[in-house]
Design a protein around this ligand. Structure first.
Ligand code: FAD
Length: 379
């Protein structure tokens, strides 16, 4: 007989891990099923806006993240060729005062490890790739690639852009390749020392069809990171990402400011990732299945809010389940979609357009948002 669980979360990424911690803190019984055999510190950084630092406060992780991360005073946007400043968006103390929490940039793996540690031991089951899912009316059967299975009262699909839960609800459909790739590199702080340039805490270099976002991933500034958006007609490579090179990047950023050129020259390895997305989905839940994060609203990463939206989803879903109790999960799922879809879809659309903070604008609608300060809409 299969093991029975109350709430099964599929995927222990940034959204699934947040859901596990928040639901457990709210008193729910949760088990998490993750396909990866383990997590490693993959080379990538991430921004965490004050909107999500307020959720980490609830989870008891804000202080650790504040200590771990870099605290830029500004998000600068600069013309890629001339270096002229296009915008200076105040963060730092301004963010703490105006938006109610810090704005940090951090290593994604460090943040994720902190999140995983905040889940009760024994809850996350690694090496469990969900292969088949059946909502049987009274429960859900989950079958994993290793031949094991469990049943659950409800299933939260936090399984990313290729979500099996989305596929079960809406059919097989590949995500859309956006026509852009992202180069990513982590740079050791000491590699920057041979250049006289000022490497700013958080800066996005733009020209018409491409950009490079750059920031520190540690409070000590010993690790610097860039992620780009560069047009590339088709993702004609195998795998989630491929190696890139200084030569390729110097060609892609020819004519860019010397600080960008020097940054490229200071790398030891560079990877290249396809940027994929989906159009807004017609539903976020059906029956006993519900989705969050990239499973239901993946986006190009240009607003640095994709994971933040996954974590906001996790917090709102928890709030709604607390409101109704697990037995009335159908109402909880309706409330959840009602209270999340508009904001997540707006962020998805602005992020895909890649316009955010390019010129001087007020980001209060993103960063000032306090999920716990919102009244729950019920219609
Ligand atoms: P994921 O993090 O993708 O997690 C899904 C998890 O599910 C994974 O652990 C996966 O192994 C597991 N899984 C998948 N299928 C199965 C299965 N069948 N069975 C079991 N487990 C499964 N966001 C920000 O907020 N700030 C940023 O600065 C930022 N920068 C980005 C830069 C780039 C280049 C990219 C590509 C994205 C960036 N994002 C950023 C977006 C962010 O990475 C995603 O939005 C976020 O990871 C979504 O979280 P998630 O939990 O929904 O999905």
């Amino acid at each position: 007989m299969e093991k029975t669980v109350k709430i099964a979360i599929v995927g222990a990424g940034l959204g699934g891990a947040a859901a596990a911690t928040l639901l457990q803190q709210a008193g729910f019984e949760v088990e998490v099923f993750e396909q990866a055999p383990e997590f490693s510190r993959l080379g990538a950084g991430i921004h965490v806006g004050p909107n999500v630092m307020k959720i980490f406060r609830r989870m008891g992780l804000e202080k650790a993240l504040d200590e771990m991360g870099s605290h830029p005073d500004f998000w600068f946007s600069r013309d890629g060729e001339t270096g002229d400043y296009l915008s200076r968006i105040p963060l730092g103390d301004f963010a703490r005062k105006e938006y109610g929490a810090s704005y940090i940039t951090v290593h994604r793996g460090d943040m994720h490890a902190l999140q995983i540690d905040s889940i009760k031991p024994g809850t996350v089951h690694f090496g469990k790739r969900l292969q088949n899912l059946v909502d049987r009316g009274d429960d859900v059967l989950l079958e994993f690639a290793d031949g094991t299975s469990v049943t659950a009262d409800i299933v939260i699909g936090a399984d990313g852009i290729h979500s099996k839960i989305r596929e079960t609800l809406l059919g097989v459909e590949d995500p859309i390749y956006s026509g852009w790739v992202a180069h990513r590199a982590l740079i050791r702080g000491e590699n920057l020392a041979r250049f006289a340039d000022e490497f700013e805490d958080c800066v996005k270099w733009w020209t018409e069809d491409r950009h490079m976002m750059v920031y520190y991933t540690t409070g000590k500034r010993d690790e610097y990171y860039f992620v780009t958006g560069v047009p590339h007609p088709a993702w004609d490579f195998q795998g989630a990402y491929v190696d890139s090179s200084q030569e390729e990047m110097l060609a892609a950023f020819e004519g860019y400011h010397s600080t960008v050129q020097n940054l490229i020259k200071s790398t030891e390895s560079i990877t290249k990732w396809p940027l994929r997305n989906r159009n807004p989905l017609p539903l976020w839940s059906r029956g006993r299945l519900v989705m969050l994060g990239d499973a239901c609203h993946p986006m190009k990463p240009h607003m640095a809010q994709g994971a933040c939206m996954a974590i906001e989803d996790a917090a709102m879903l928890t709030r709604c389940l607390q409101e109704t109790g697990l037995s009335d999960f159908r109402t909880a799922f309706e409330l959840y979609e009602l209270n999340r879809k508009e904001r997540a879809t707006r962020v998805q659309s602005v992020s895909n357009a890649n316009t955010f903070l390019r010129t001087q604008e007020d980001p209060a609608w993103v960063y000032g948002y306090d999920l716990y300060g919102q009244d729950l809409k019920s219609s």
